[in-house]
Design a protein around this ligand. Sequence first.
Ligand code: ATP
Length: 444
Amino acid sequence: MEKIVSLCRRRGFIFPSSEIYGGLSSCWDYGPLGVELKQNIKQAWWRAVVQERDDMVGLDTSILMHPQVWEASGHIKGFSDPLVECKSCHLRWRSDELEGDRCPSCDGELTEPRMFNLMFKTFMGPVEEATSVVYLRPETAQGIFVNFDNVLNTTRKRLPFGIAQIGKAFRNEITTGNFIFRTREFEQMEIEFFVKPETDKKWLDYWIEQRLNFYVNLGIKRENLRLRQHGAEELAHYARECYDINYLFPMGWAELEGIANRGDFDLVQHASSSGKSLTYFDEETKQQIVPYIIEPSAGVDRSFLAFLCDAYDEQPDNDETRVLLHLHPDLAPVKVAVLPLSRRENLVAFAKELYADLRQCWMVQYDDAQSIGRRYRRQDEIGTPFCVTIDFQSLEDNQVTIRDRDSMNQIRVPIAELRNTLQAKLEGEDLFVLPPGGMIWKEG
Ligand code: ATP
């Protein structure tokens, strides 16, 4: 984990929040490369669960919601963790996460557990009084449930169908840590998939498989993923059945995504609390029914950490170490780097023109500082799949080399073929499949 944190800091993936003031506990800022990787994760998810499907639509609901939402959802009463405090050093812990009954820091005696509500409270409007209390949402899901009828009426979707949302959530966690694994402000990617009640098991299995495949298709090693079923005693108040997709993080196996069968809990609760009907007319049986909900709920930040950990690699490189991120091309923050072999004027002009052209298609970096070897290493370390090198011969034959991050193999292609070739390689075509006029330049 230290290596990942150090790489993130060094290369501008993630900085501590408000760092010049000493940072703010468990809050992080995504830097220039981090914001790209995060964006790419969200885009890949949106593409897989909304764009490529005809049974899903998207939504973007507000963070502040009517306080009654949280009464009905059970969060005001039940969204709590058991908190204990050390009587000697006064550190606070989640008692369900402790192994013994003493303080893990100083072995002091602990207080009796008391339930601590994890929702952040604030006030709406200028007067700080009980009637103006609102909460920062602790999950994005409720925004979907309360819009069930709106979506049904405006999209004419029939069961089974789903609603997807990406957005910030806030939890006043008792213990945070492990970098961006558990924070108080984080982002979720949630699906609420509405199904006929008798089909819930089938759809739960279906989504477990879909969601596992999502991570594997984006490069996470299957052996680093595990499915864990919740025991009856740990099921959340709304869940009939729940599975975690766990990932082997540096600190051990931990939850990456939860997939729950929420039954009809949420729609029934909101219907009774709001007095509005939240049912669905089943054409087959000619009856109003309350759909069941299957919920795959993933964390953007945890996915970010998992993708980084899984991609991180160190290889011997003469006397040094080559650090590289084997990020899937769809996730890589920078897709292509343009590297002129020297800073000679004519070469730079040529390279800059190419750089401007490729920027129309992808995030591209230009780098002309230090030796070509060092520049390759810098790109390897941030996971750039391809480097395009311009040398003096390029000025004469209008050809450039493309170097592949993982194999270090190189091909040489005519500039006229460059965009199409890079596009094909980013989509997974073998490097040695050559465009017209192309050739193998160097085997790494
Ligand atoms: P944990 O027990 O690890 O705190 P949880 O079971 O409370 O997580 P869920 O309520 O199932 O988490 O939330 C769904 C997903 O949202 C999680 O799988 C995780 O990826 C993400 N998530 C939840 N809490 C946090 C947090 N505090 N920081 C970062 N991500 C979180």
